[in-house]
Design a protein around this ligand. Structure first.
Ligand code: SF4
Ligand code: SF4
Length: 161
C-alpha cells in the first residue's frame, strides 16, 4: 500500500466516525456537466441558484439527506462511485474558491475532522491536481457563484494549501 492509498484509508476511517455529515443538509452544488451526466442515470430534484456574479445548479436534498445516500454492505453510504460522484464530494473535506480568478483550496470548517484530514498531504495533493484539471470544464459563472456561495457556508478557516 503506497502513501496515497494509506491516506485514503485514513480518511475513510475518519468518515466512518462522523457518519457522513457532508451528505446531510439541503443541497449540493454541481456543474452543468455533472448535472447532465447524473440526470442520464438517476432521478432527483434540482434547481438553479443565481446572482449577478453567475449561476450554479444544485441537487436538492429530501428530508435533509442527499438523494444519492443509499445502502452499501449494510452501511449508509453514497451509491455513486468514481467520477459519477460530483467533484465537490470527491474533494471534501477540502473545498475551493476563486480569489480574483486564482484557484485556492482550503479545509472546510463543516467537516468535524478537518484538522486531521488537513494532514493527509498525499491524498490532498493528488485530489487537488485532479480537481484543478476537472475545474477547467466549469464555466466562469459557475466558478464565481460557487466561490461566493461556499465562502458563506464553509467559513474560511485555517491555512490555505
Ligand atoms: S464531514 Fe468530513 S469526516 Fe464527515 S463524512 Fe464528510 S469528509 Fe468525512
Ligand atoms: S453525492 Fe454522494 S458523497 Fe455527495 S453528498 Fe450525495 S451521498 Fe454524499
Amino acid at each position: 500500500m503506497d502513501a496515497y492509498e494509506k491516506e485514503v484509508k485514513e480518511l475513510a476511517g475518519l468518515c466512518a466516525l462522523c457518519d457522513g455529515k457532508c451528505c446531510l443538509g439541503s443541497k449540493l452544488s454541481v456543474s452543468s456537466k455533472e448535472l447532465s451526466r447524473l440526470s442520464k442515470k438517476h432521478k432527483f430534484e434540482s434547481a438553479v441558484l443565481s446572482s449577478k456574479e453567475g449561476s450554479l445548479n444544485v441537487i436538492l436534498f429530501e428530508d435533509g439527506k442527499c438523494p444519492f445516500l443509499g445502502e452499501k454492505n449494510g452501511l449508509v453510504r453514497c451509491i455513486l462511485s468514481g467520477k459519477d460522484r460530483p467533484l465537490s464530494c470527491r474533494l471534501f473535506p477540502l473545498t475551493f474558491r476563486y480569489e480574483e480568478s486564482k484557484l485556492e483550496f482550503y479545509p472546510s470548517s463543516y467537516c468535524p475532522y478537518q484538522k486531521e484530514a488537513n494532514e493527509l498531504s498525499e491524498w490532498a495533493s493528488r485530489t487537488m491536481d485532479t480537481a484543478t484539471e476537472e475545474l477547467e470544464e466549469w464555466t466562469e459563472g459557475e466558478k464565481k457563484f460557487r466561490s461566493e456561495y461556499h465562502e458563506r457556508i464553509h467559513k474560511k478557516k485555517g491555512k490555505l494549501r
